[in-house]
Ligand binder design. Structure first.
Ligand SMILES: [Fe+2]
Length: 218
């Protein structure tokens, strides 16, 4: 754990696109997982939603051509800082529960692993919290869906689906590479699944579901 973290947007102006994208998606994953954690700390909810709003305004433009816009860099840097504060208070979920062992067993950059896992993992989590009628978790994901798309009426299940649509759109536009490019093979999958867990996710992923997710990102 660092004693001090210096977060200076100016230092990020020259970051290459692939690092901006991967680290941005890591911060977004951390915010989503901690906001929807079973240990979510309500005292910092407003901060987390503000950070997700900043991410939704800045991540795509930064990654797709406006990389030297300091106001966008400020928003994304603040988002990343808040994501670190959030995860230390509320814990993380299934994206990081898989990304940890995956990164330990294969030389996949952490942000790429999280960015690739985000949409398929959240698809399973949303499906399960709807099937299990977990309305408390649905409300948390719906809060994020409203931040991403604006509140135009609709129930929590509607905004859970909006949330997923936005993640799908972002990950398709950002075009992260498949993880086989970094050396992940089918042979790694059994061990990754054995070591992975869902951390504080409101839905627990089975080994079979993790296998499907890993096939998608490999
Ligand atoms: Fe992370």
């Amino acid at each position: 754990m660092p004693d001090v973290a210096l977060v200076d947007p100016e230092l990020t102006l020259t970051l290459p696109r692939h690092i901006t994208t991967a680290c941005g998606l890591d911060a977004v994953s951390q915010l989503i997982e901690s906001y929807t954690s079973t240990k979510a700390n309500v005292s910092i909810d407003a901060l987390a939603l503000k950070a997700l709003s900043h991410a939704s305004e800045s991540l795509l433009p930064l990654a797709l051509g406006q990389s030297n816009d300091i106001s966008l860099r400020e928003k994304m840097s603040w988002t990343a800082l808040v994501s670190g504060i959030e995860l230390s208070r509320s814990g993380l979920g299934a994206v990081h529960g898989i990304a940890g062992p995956l990164g330990g067993l294969c030389p996949v950059p952490h942000g790429i692993a999280c960015g690739k896992l985000l949409f398929p993992v959240m698809s399973f989590v949303i499906k399960k919290i709807i099937e299990e009628k977990n309305t408390a978790a649905q409300k948390r994901f719906a809060d994020i869906g409203k931040v991403f798309t604006g509140n135009a009426g609709g129930d929590d299940v509607f905004y859970c689906r909006q949330f997923l649509e936005v993640l799908d759109k972002w990950t398709r536009m950002l075009k992260l590479p498949q993880l086989s490019r970094f050396g992940m093979t089918a042979l790694h999958m059994g061990k990754i699944i054995e070591l992975s867990d869902s951390k504080n996710s409101p839905a627990i992923l089975s080994p079979e579901e993790m296998k499907i997710i890993l096939e998608v990102v490999r």
